[in-house]
Design a protein around this ligand. Sequence first.
Ligand SMILES: C[S@@+](CC[C@H](N)C(=O)[O-])C[C@H]1O[C@@H](n2cnc3c(N)ncnc32)[C@H](O)[C@@H]1O
Length: 327
Amino acid sequence: MENRKRCSKRPWIGLVTGLTFIFLSSAAAQQIEPEVPFVPTPEKVVAEMLKMAQVGKDDVLYDLGCGDGRIVITAAKEFGCRGVGIDIDPQRIRESRKNAIKAGVADKVQFIQMDLFEAEISEATVVTLYLLSEVNLRLRPKLLRELNPGTRVVSHEFSMGEWEPDASSSVKTGDAKDPQVLDYWDPNIADYWDLHNVYFWIIPGNVMGTWKLEIPDVSGKKEYTLKFEQVFQQVRGEAFEGSSSIPVFIMDDKIKGNTLQFILERKLKGRTERLHFEGSMQGNTMQGTMKIEGSPGTNKIQWTARRVLSTLRSIIASRNWGLFTLN
Ligand SMILES: C[S@@+](CC[C@H](N)C(=O)[O-])C[C@H]1O[C@@H](n2cnc3c(N)ncnc32)[C@H](O)[C@@H]1O
């Protein structure tokens, strides 16, 4: 009886052991191969990245592929913000945790061993990257989809394809003279190794589509139709008063997070009047203030616009102008 029991269990044990082996070896294979090797960002470049992102104490900074944790740790130490580092390599996570304790910021930071593509990142207000162009491109849809408009993204060295940066800079570190960086000294390529590019983006809100704009005027309220096209943060617009088209100029041609500034040029009694709008978007409603150019005083008029829901489009899908037709 005892023997039969044992025997009848054996096929299960074998199956479970086999499945566990397959699962562990495939998990290990996934974990062991980082898509980018560990190369730490020089401290000078870390400082520039944090400066560009204007990191402050209320920020939550995520470093995707955090290496030894230096960006997260420096941000917590210098600015008092909270930070999360994600790395697929368990050795890097162990180093990061040790470094955080050494720096006295272990209570402010957290290091998680996982694939950055699987990470839940929506609470981040700043995201830092030192990956590769190809990895950045694969990551781009996740950043645009999951991060809140206004979140700042900074990348050391690698850009984001046709998603142009909102700002960029470069830092000379002098590292090329360090034998750990270059094992030989060649003045012709030293400059190349010394120069580190830093790129900065603000996650844009989605203003795509047709909006009904209302502003109060002497006769009660005036209604305009606004149509916006958007490619990443770049925005173009057109406005209609009834069926007549009137020009719209978007400030810097960009939406900044959820805030948009634009000028609407209307004809009034034979002369041109320029209306300066600034507002912020919350889902399908935009609200803000408007001022008539040249009008005396600082009186600002409140305005509201609502999106026609059927005209909402994804800004990720629109890599080129004209996919959204203005009609
Ligand atoms: C170039 S290092 C950058 C380290 C750190 N962010 C810095 O700037 O000093 C890239 C890091 O990304 C990690 N990495 C590569 N692929 C990853 C993935 N799919 N998920 C999480 N981490 C990854 C590597 O283990 C490595 O530590």
